[in-house]
Ligand binder design. Sequence first.
Ligand code: ZN
Length: 497
Amino acid sequence: MGQMEQLKPYLERAMALQAALVLFEWDNETLAPEQAGKYTAKVQGALSEAYQEIMTKKEVRSLLEKCGQEPGLTERERAIVREAAEEYDKLEKIPPQEYRAYQELVAESARIWSKAKQEQDFEQFAPTLEKIISYQKRFAGYQAKEGQRLYDVMLDNYEKGFSMKKLDEFFGLLKEELVPFLHQVMEHGKEIRDDFLEGGYPEEKQRELAEFMAEYVGFDFHRGVLAESAHPFTTNLHNHDVRITTHYKERMDSSLFSVIHEAGHAAYELGVADELTQTFVGQGASMGMHESQSRFFENIIGRDEAFWEPIYPKLQEMFPEKLGDIPREDFVRAINKVQPGLIRTEADELTYSLHVLVRYELEKMLMEEDLDVRELPGLWADKYEEYLGVRPKNVAEGVLQDIHWAQGSFGYFPSYALGSAFAAQIYRFMKQSMDFKGLLRQGELEVIREVLRRHIHRFGKMKDSRQLLRDMTGEDFKPQYYVDYLKEKYGKLYCLK
Ligand code: ZN
């Protein structure tokens, strides 16, 4: 029996445990009864320990090493071994007792964060955040290659090939170009009316719209489920079971665009090749590439005027009192309205990456300059004022708004902005090679989806995001395309120049 054949059962067991963990996470967010949490956590803990046990077995290490040297492996097998070896390294380098202590800290920290946020009291959360940061730095230290900076190690965990050097260029460009442009839009842009999007959209009607929209953009209900949760998300067991959620709010565009966004994530996972799913390369390439697909669906497809041509009458029919007298052009302008605000998850397309810029700069200071966490609330407010022209009145709408740091996710935020920029580069390429707007106008979204599947989805983790971009568009990542895209779209929308 070849080495690969011997390795396979271990990896299959590890993948099965992962799938079980994913299913519990999904259940916790959607259907699990309120009091289940503490008890189910034990089950999840046991599963996650079993996963770690398998992945750090001596046999697994020696098989991974041998496979790494075997010349006869296929490309697919080599990629699986590469990803599994990376996972092994990550798990093996952290001393188990430290890892357990950290897990307990993080399990507790979401509750502390949530209470501090509710009571608008940063001091309640500060000591926990300090501990999480110190663990994160230690773990990054274990993982670091010689000379590698700690924050670079963290960034690498979410987006390979995007170190501080690359991201400084990216965010520097956004700051230089988009901050003054936003100013111009707010000063000289034409008024846009969006009051009709709010209130008077009954939940059952919104649910009907969500299902219609998911189906319309190609979400496959034979291989997928749409449910409700506090924060919309997508998860998947494999490429035949991909699940998305939405939430229903007073503003109808909240659920509407959440559904299109999550359907974009889902298209990615549904499009992974059958021979890759349920392996270590059977998922989207990276956080950023995933976000590029969801944002492509949400913004580039879903907020385009041409997209609404065939379906806006249906919307008017569903909500006659609200939209009956609103022309399509006004609706499209409303769903694209720019409104600098304090909350990242509610941000419009133009200001979104500036929210991420604030987080990137602060994370960098925390990890590389030993910034005292107690300075975060003030710095956060200053940066919001400088880039977005708004200042939080309290920490709940400021530094405590996101759960990420409480979960130990440092280095995650940049991928949100990168995703939007990847999407713009992909869009630029597609526009040159097909009649993009014509397809939207005809409702032929499957043609667009098929191009994305062929160039991106089917490869899973076989290639990283930069490789995917290069192979698809013929160019390395070019952030200028993102800036150009935004300036062109919003310059036109706001009748600038
Ligand atoms: Zn997303």
